[in-house]
Design a binder for this molecule. Structure first.
Ligand code: NAI
Ligand code: MG
Length: 352
């Protein structure tokens, strides 16, 4: 029997509600496939920060370094600045474990209404590959002449050849295994150093993947096209900031933030990868059992896929698709009346 150790970090707010849902689904599908999953739960969160002054203990990364993967709910809570929760937990995990690919699949599922009339099930099915370790999210910079009319603020972006090449290689390879089309998000007309560099490396990588047809689009025009013609995309690759924004936009096109999954991948498998829904801790609905667990369940399916159990992962998504397409059971964000537990039970009921 294949055994996996999963580190779970429920985090804050609805993170603590959607993670048990994902675990329940995982346990069911694992049993069916003869897999054994064990979980070590960590209380790293804003709650911990307020009590102990840090999101995680000093040796936190060492405690999860040898797990097979990490499953995370959401972190962030009013009263703790969002940059504290991000830089105190998520970014250290993503960077220390070289999870340089943030993978976000975008599919319009039957039964999930899209706010975009042209976004139909079966037609919209693409992935956003976001660079996850460098780029615009950096701590390099500073503030001078604070509080004076001359106040000056500088924030540097960091683009390395190694960092850009590896995420592009992942994206081209993925496009080759999918529909064979890649779109690179750029802004080399306005951002004159890093973005032309990005474009050059895209062209270089493209020549190593003659099977993939590719184009580049400026981020502003690309954002409009994701809304106007979402069915035309296969793989979209972007820098940390561009990929972050585009993938939230695309998630909205696909029917909302509660549905969207993500994977933070270390493709070399030297470190655990981390799987988490795209949404945050949703303080407005937390503690009431109303959260849509689909983003977390879909993320768990991506985890199975990454661990080499694609069939088990696909069964989870088949069960989700069946529920959404054939029953009225769904959470309030999708226009239903079910709570987290009821929807989860419905999905489990459709698993083999
Ligand atoms: P949010 O995603 O928590 O909520 C935005 C809106 O979507 C809210 O109205 C919420 O009720 C709704 N929503 C989100 N997920 C839902 C779900 N599963 N089911 C039903 N409704 C859902 O984003 P917001 O409000 O901007 O951020 C709240 C906190 O979460 C902040 O502290 C923020 O920093 C943090 N956050 C954490 C993320 C992470 O852990 N990766 C990602 C985004 C935000
Ligand atoms: Mg985001």
């Amino acid at each position: 029997m294949k055994h996996y150790r999963v580190a779970t970090i429920p985090g804050d707010g609805i993170g603590k509600e959607v993670l048990p849902a994902a675990r329940a689904v995982l346990d069911r599908v694992a049993a069916h496939h003869g897999l054994s999953l064990s979980y070590d739960e960590f209380d790293w969160s804003c709650e911990r920060y307020l009590a102990e002054g840090a999101m995680m203990p000093e040796d936190g990364l060492d405690r999860i370094r040898h797990h097979d993967s990490v499953l995370l709910g959401a972190v962030g809570w009013p009263g703790v600045p969002d940059h504290v929760s991000l830089w105190g937990l998520l970014i250290p995990i993503r960077r220390s474990f070289r999870q340089y690919v943030n993978l976000r699949p975008i599919s319009v599922l039957e039964g999930v209404p899209s706010p975009v009339s042209g976004a139909r099930p079966g037609e919209v099915d693409f992935v956003v590959v976001r660079e996850n370790n460098e780029g615009e999210y950096s701590q390099i910079g500073g503030r001078a002449f604070e509080g004076t009319p001359e106040e000056t603020v500088v924030q540097e972006s960091v683009f390395t050849r190694k960092g850009v090449e590896r995420v592009l290689e992942y994206a081209f390879d993925l496009a080759g295994r999918r529909g064979g089309r890649l779109t690179s998000a750029t802004k080399s007309n306005g951002i004159v150093h890093t973005m032309p560099f990005w474009d050059e490396l895209v062209a270089e990588r493209a020549s190593a993947h003659p099977d993939v047809s590719w184009e580049q689009e400026h981020i502003d025009a690309l954002a409009a096209k994701i809304v106007l013609a979402p069915a035309r995309f296969d793989v979209i690759v972007g820098s940390n900031l561009f990929g972050d924004i585009l993938s939230d936009l695309a998630a909205a096109v696909a029917g909302g933030i509660g549905v969207a999954p993500s994977a933070n991948l270390n493709p070399e498998r030297e470190f655990p990868s981390m799987f988490e829904p795209v949404h945050g801790s949703a303080p407005d609905i937390a503690g009431r059992g109303l959260a849509n667990p689909l983003g977390a369940i879909w993320s768990a399916s991506m985890m199975l896929d990454h661990l080499g159990h694609a069939e088990a992962g696909a069964q989870v998504m088949d069960a989700v698709r069946t529920v959404l397409a054939s029953s009225p059971v769904r959470t309030a964000d999708l226009g239903g009346t079910a709570g987290t537990a009821e929807f989860t039970a419905e999905v489990i009921g459709k698993l083999p």
